[in-house]
Ligand binder design. Structure first.
Ligand SMILES: O=C(O)c1ccccc1N[C@@H]1O[C@H](COP(=O)(O)O)[C@@H](O)[C@H]1O
Length: 218
């Protein structure tokens, strides 16, 4: 584990969440653009919230199989530093989206069992970062943000050429164990720092980052 482990807090929905996440110690903040999510933001709200993020904090837009019209409008209106692709985007589509937007891309790979890890070998060739999340259950309403974790031991000893982040069901109580088992140097949390779906809790955000810091100071 490393003392400079970074935290992404995703799914901010209220303008007050921005200073709360930053005060807690987030290095990345995430905004969700997926209408079926309780964390979905309209572009106007996102524009306002992203503009309030200080320099040095990475603003991530979470998208699910976005079409070109959405990408163009998002990039024109919202000050964003990175895209998180959480759908079924192929490696070729990742390359296209990077070229179209001029933004770095973090591609999500859903893990249910060991066989899913082979996907990372394809995506690390084209994406700037990889986000390793739990694979959603069949028929789930959304491909992430389900507070679901996977078997973290699957990642023990794995190395990839691109930076990667661990996500999926992380909480202030389990993140230390997740860091220990996976060796992750970046973690992403949404449901685990909420008081209700789509409602971020400043105390839980702080507790999460504190747990990461305590675990990485060992
Ligand atoms: O948060 C959502 O509603 C969401 C919708 C569609 C795709 C992904 C979504 N969430 C992301 O999933 C991971 C893990 O979340 P959790 O900590 O298990 O709740 C994270 O990147 C969320 O932002």
């Amino acid at each position: 584990m490393s003392a400079d482990t970074k935290v992404k807090i995703c799914g901010l929905t209220d303008p007050a969440d921005v200073p709360a996440a930053i005060l807690a110690g987030a290095s990345y903040v995430g905004f969700v653009f997926f209408p079926k999510s309780p964390r979905h933001l309209e572009l106007e709200a996102a524009e306002f919230m992203a503009a309030a993020v200080p320099e040095g904090i990475t603003r991530v837009a979470l998208l699910v199989d976005p079409d070109d019209a959405l990408l163009d409008e998002l990039v024109a209106r919202v000050p964003i530093d990175m895209l998180q692709l959480h759908g079924h985007e192929t490696p070729a589509r990742v390359t296209e989206i990077k070229a179209r937007t001029g933004l770095p891309v973090m591609k999500v790979v859903g893990v249910g069992d060991e066989t899913d890890l082979t996907q990372i070998d394809f995506y690390e060739k084209v994406a700037d970062q990889i986000l390793v999340d739990a694979k959603p259950p069949e028929g789930a309403d959304r491909p992430g943000g389900n507070a679901m974790r996977f078997d973290w031991t699957l990642l023990s000893g794995r190395r990839w050429t691109k930076p990667w982040m661990l996500a999926g069901g992380l909480t202030p109580d389990n993140v230390a164990k997740a860091l220990r088992l996976t060796g992750a140097r970046q973690v992403d949390v949404s449901s685990g720092v909420e008081s209700a779906p789509g409602v971020k809790d400043p105390e839980r955000m702080r507790a999460f980052v504190d747990s990461v810091r305590a675990a990485t100071e060992d």
